[in-house]
Design a protein around this ligand. Sequence first.
Ligand SMILES: Cc1cc2nc3c(=O)[nH]c(=O)nc-3n(C[C@H](O)[C@H](O)[C@H](O)COP(=O)(O)OP(=O)(O)OC[C@H]3O[C@@H](n4cnc5c(N)ncnc54)[C@H](O)[C@@H]3O)c2cc1C
Length: 164
Amino acid sequence: MAARLNDPLPRLKAAFGDLGWVLPETLAAAPGPEDIYYDVVAQVEMAHWQSQRTVLVGDAAYAVSLMAGQGASLALAGGRALGQVLDGAVDIEAALARFEQGLRPLALENQRAGRRMAKWFVPATPFHAAIRDTSVNIMTWPPLSGLLNRFFSFSSKGFSLSSH
Ligand SMILES: Cc1cc2nc3c(=O)[nH]c(=O)nc-3n(C[C@H](O)[C@H](O)[C@H](O)COP(=O)(O)OP(=O)(O)OC[C@H]3O[C@@H](n4cnc5c(N)ncnc54)[C@H](O)[C@@H]3O)c2cc1C
């Protein structure tokens, strides 16, 4: 849930106003507090997603954050997986446990990826920022990006939920 601040703009200006580039202009043009989306970036780590016949899916169970860029996909995958385990299930609790066992490794892997990405989204030093920018520039260089696309075009390790 978005943080409720009376007016986040002064805090945004204090934190980011001197970063240069388009930020001073952007902050000067920012709308009133009711139209500013201001939130923390967080992950959700639950010891269990399921209790008896109650189950959590998507961000409520395993939010990976925008750092991982897979939250929507994992939420949809969770919905699909839940449908699969419940289809024809007699023992609902066992089916929900199977749902969690099947999906949890993928969610945890994405959470780890998100945490690794954090330091590149928000580099701690100018040195890290320079490495990040150089890497992005190299990857988006047309001859190389075409080659990378061939190797990394949409692939997913996925997961499977075998029925019992
Ligand atoms: C800034 C940002 C950028 C992101 N970028 C990406 C991206 O590039 N790629 C990606 O895959 N994911 C991204 N995500 C993550 C993605 O948006 C979420 O992982 C995904 O929306 C989770 O889906 P969900 O259905 O679990 O939860 P939500 O989409 O949060 O849906 C939960 C719904 O429940 C409603 N609700 C809450 N409480 C109640 C209540 N008491 N009664 C009734 N309704 C209620 C909420 O209003 C909401 O509509 C991003 C997230 C953010 C915040």
